[in-house]
Design a protein around this ligand. Structure first.
Ligand SMILES: [Fe+2]
Ligand SMILES: [Fe+2]
Length: 186
């Protein structure tokens, strides 16, 4: 989870929090809200803040992509296995997975567009289409995060057992190249 870029705006999550994988995901959601705010600031700024743009691009291309894999490859499949039909979570997970696909595409577009603006030293506000994509991404992300924080994570806290959480923690640690002893839960 180390990045070559020194970040000023987006804080790193301590590796030790991987031992509480649902809290790690919650912390990642907090960072994603920070990125939404940074995108809105970049969209409306008179002049390009290249450092801020670079940090957002780095986050979208690396941290954000890993987070979506945490959910798509590990958290959501675990929830589909453990939740009862009365939880009514299948439709919600399908909706969120659809949003992941669409937002990853939008995120990739932003990485390319912001990279080009940074190289040219051009502020996004003079590129209306790029600016609109930035604002759309922030708005969509905030709605997505609200569903995950208010519905998905609370259900995960009640339905996933110790062994599920240990498996989730191991998989997330491997994805970040973090070597850690994760206690097997019962
Ligand atoms: Fe998420
Ligand atoms: Fe998500």
């Amino acid at each position: 989870m180390k990045t070559a870029l020194t970040r000023r705006y987006i804080e790193a999550i301590p590796d030790t929090l991987l031992q509480e994988p649902l809290n790690f995901i919650f912390a990642d959601h907090y960072r994603q809200r920070v990125v939404c705010t940074l995108l809105e600031e970049l969209a409306d700024a008179e002049a390009l803040d290249a450092g801020k743009a670079e940090e957002v691009v780095d986050f979208l291309a690396n941290d954000m992509a890993r987070h979506v894999r945490d959910e798509e490859e590990d958290l959501f499949p675990l929830l589909r296995r453990r939740c009862a039909s009365e939880d009514e979570i299948e439709a919600i997970l399908d909706q969120l997975a659809g949003e992941h696909t669409a937002d990853e595409r939008l995120g990739r577009d932003l990485v390319v567009a912001l990279g080009a603006l940074s190289a040219a030293g051009t502020a996004p506000r003079i590129r209306p289409k790029v600016r609109q994509k930035m604002l759309d991404f922030a708005r969509r992300q905030r709605r997505h995060l609200m569903v995950e924080n208010n519905i998905v994570l609370p259900i995960a806290r009640t339905r996933l057992g110790g062994a599920d959480l240990a498996r989730l923690a191991r998989r997330m640690a491997v994805r970040r190249g973090v070597v850690m002893a994760v206690a097997e839960g019962g």
